[in-house]
Design a protein around this ligand. Structure first.
Ligand code: ADP
Ligand code: MG
Length: 617
């Protein structure tokens, strides 16, 4: 039989490898910007057309390349950054694998112009899908100007898999933000389709945070600074009021490289214990400066993970540092404090971190509450709703039913369900005497089969959320005009996001219009929204959406509605009157999913008579 193994052509192997490095426009943006930083640039410009799929251009004033290097740079494993194995343990640059340009060239049309500062003449190279079309001398600015056109032009299958334009642009913005945060001493500009999204002058990390993330951070930042022989930490944490309910505003950099690390993130959350709500995430931008020999950046192909030689020590150090910063700023009670002693006595040092510890973190509520898995769970449970309704109808109906029927979880679904108006008619009105408010947070009431316990806040959230849903669907939007319209200015990226969701917001009663230059005015808000809350709500919605990677239309709308429902519910009345309590129950059970809160928890439970009796045995 003939031999069948052959070496893949350079072209094909490059395309395969490209898949690992360049998954989307944002990955090319990241690699090109990192190259500019590695080249020592102090000024970097990013120009994008059509969400990066048509053009990604990075212009830097770095050290440039010689003609030979310019040609070499597109070879796989061609790098100027390491030459021997030991170099791997002393990496101070962002790149070192020598794969980025080769990967980019394999799936795009590239035009590179570059010139070294001390040379008069530069080099221009045109490459299409690894094939060098042209190399010539040219006149160009000192530094490098690289244009990457038509991403995946020769891999239509991949081009098809690009996400929606909005998502790709947001991913690019995320990469840009991370890099710009890590290098406040470098000036950055970012254009998309001819309009300038960011114009960042070189400056301090604080001015960079504010310029990138918005003015409202100005008063919410607490400086962090600790130095030891082994590592330094610097940067800012947000005051407790800067905490938000989504991940994404946690920026953690190790030697200038953005990383994700659940374990270290946990250390920071722990430092905030008792200061912020359990469901919120603290804001932080922290820089770890570590001798490269103590970190392994090699573990993850896109290098968002690193491995520390001694993670537990890092954890303790970080926890102590953040606590220290909070205490120093009178946010947490000040401890009599010496950093090193504190580290020695932390549980995480004394008790080694085990796999179980880590698993616990990941199984925790914080970790899972916004995960996709959780969303799926929400959808799965939809089927059970009719059963609840039926159960409720029967439980409260004045006609006596046998306990077996009422208790059954598998009631046959009744096509002619009693109408909801009917429900209100013969409902608890005779029963209101049996309604009991428990510590202002729960409502207990008797039902035929036993008793029902209702969580008031969750019920209110559910009710308001479904009200908003109906308005959204009916496009029937009662809006209340504000006497004093409020205007506000947003960071450019937030303005972009807001313009994206304006239509959604108007369908539920917001009247918001643009005054140009990232400034907006709110003229009307949904009915029953408390006055004065409109700015906060918009900010919160933007914060929450900002780092959603999915922008599946329905899910995003849903997130907005949930957000508003939660916010509004915080101000709803306390239900002292029996009629109010009754109305809550009636409206709850008119909901399509009364049993579940907007974050997937139980809104009510039924405890059967015999269970109650058992408790008393
Ligand atoms: P790596 O960054 O891992 O070395 P790349 O494929 O990103 O690999 O780049 C290959 C080489 O090309 C780099 O090592 C560097 O010498 C050179 N290079 C790439 N971009 C630039 C740039 N903007 N300015 C100067 N040199 C660059
Ligand atoms: Mg590189």
């Amino acid at each position: 039989m003939a031999d069948i193994i052959q070496l893949l052509s350079n072209h094909i192997s490059n395309q395969i490898a490209a898949g690992e490095v360049i998954q989307r426009p944002a990955s090319a943006v990241k690699e090109l910007m990192e190259n500019a930083i590695d080249a020592g640039a102090t000024d970097i410009q990013l120009v994008i057309k059509n969400y990066g799929s048509d053009l990604i251009q990075v212009i830097d004033n770095g050290k440039g390349m010689s003609a030979t290097d310019a040609r070499m740079s597109f070879e796989r494993h061609a790098t100027s950054k390491i030459s021997k194995v030991e170099d791997l343990f002393a990496i101070r640059t962002m790149g070192f694998r020598g794969e980025a340009l080769a990967s980019i060239a394999a799936v795009t049309q590239v035009e590179l112009k570059t010139r070294q500062k001390d040379k008069d003449i530069g080099t221009r190279i045109v490459i299409e899908g690894t094939e060098v079309k042209l190399q010539e001398a040219c006149v160009t600015n000192a530094g490098t100007n690289i244009m990457v056109k038509n991403l995946f032009f020769n891999v239509p299958a991949r081009r098809k898999f690009l996400k929606s334009p909005g998502t790709e642009l947001r991913n690019i913005q995320d990469e840009f933000t991370r890099i710009a945060l890590a290098y406040p001493e470098i000036a950055f500009r970012f254009w998309h389709n001819g309009s300038e999204l960011f114009h960042l002058d070189a400056g301090s990390i604080k001015t960079r945070i504010i310029a990138l993330l918005g003015n409202h951070y100005d008063k919410k930042l607490v400086p962090v600074e600790e130095k030891t022989d082994l590592l330094n930490i610097s940067g800012f944490i947000g005051k407790p009021e800067a905490a938000i309910r989504t991940r994404g505003m946690q920026f953690f950099f190790v030697n200038g490289r953005f990383i994700r690390n659940t374990y270290l993130n946990h250390a920071i959350s722990t430092a905030f214990d008792g200061l912020i709500d359990k469901t919120a995430f603290p804001f932080y931008v922290l820089f770890f400066d570590v001798d490269p020999k103590h970190v392994d950046v090699n573990v993850h192909p896109t290098k968002q993970e690193v491995k520390f030689e001694d993670e537990r020590m890092m954890y303790s150090f970080l926890l102590a540092t953040v606590r220290h910063a909070l205490a120093r700023n009178n946010i947490a009670p000040s401890l009599d404090f010496t950093l090193n002693a504190d580290i020695q006595h932390l549980a995480s040092v004394e008790k080694p971190q085990t796999e179980t510890d880590r698993a616990n973190t990941q199984n925790g509520y914080l970790f899972n509450v916004f995960s996709d898995k959780n969303q799926a769970h929400v959808i799965e449970r939809k089927d059970s709703l009719k059963q609840w309704k039926t159960l409720y109808e029967i439980a409260k109906s004045p006609i006596s039913v046998s306990p077996e029927d009422a208790n059954s979880q598998h009631l046959p679904l009744n096509n002619s369900q009693p109408s909801l108006i009917n429900t209100a008619d013969n409902s608890f009105s005779t029963n209101t005497g049996n309604m009991l408010m428990i510590h202002g947070t729960m409502l207990a009431t008797t039902v035929k089969s036993g008793m029902m316990l209702i969580h008031i806040k969750r019920a209110q959230e559910r009710i308001y959320y479904e009200r908003l849903q109906r308005r959204y669907q009916n496009k029937n939007v009662p809006s209340q005009q504000l006497l004093f319209p409020t205007s506000f200015e947003l960071a450019p990226s937030d303005a972009l996001l807001l313009s994206d969701i304006l239509a959604d917001l108007s369908r539920i009663g917001f009247e918001i219009s643009s005054l140009g230059k990232n400034t907006y005015v709110i003229q009307g808000v949904p009915m029953d929204m408390p006055a004065g809350e409109e700015n906060n709500i918009i900010n919160e919605i933007l914060d929450n959406l900002k780092h959603e990677s999915t922008d599946a239309f329905n899910q995003r709308t849903d997130k907005i509605l949930i957000n508003i429902a939660r916010r509004v519910t915080r101000y709803s009345s306390n239900l002292y009157q029996p009629e109010e309590q009754q109305a809550l129950i009636d409206e709850l059970f008119a909901c399509s999913q009364p049993e579940m809160s907007t974050d997937g928890k139980k809104v009510f439970i039924m405890i059967k008579q015999d269970e109650l009796e058992k408790m008393l045995d």
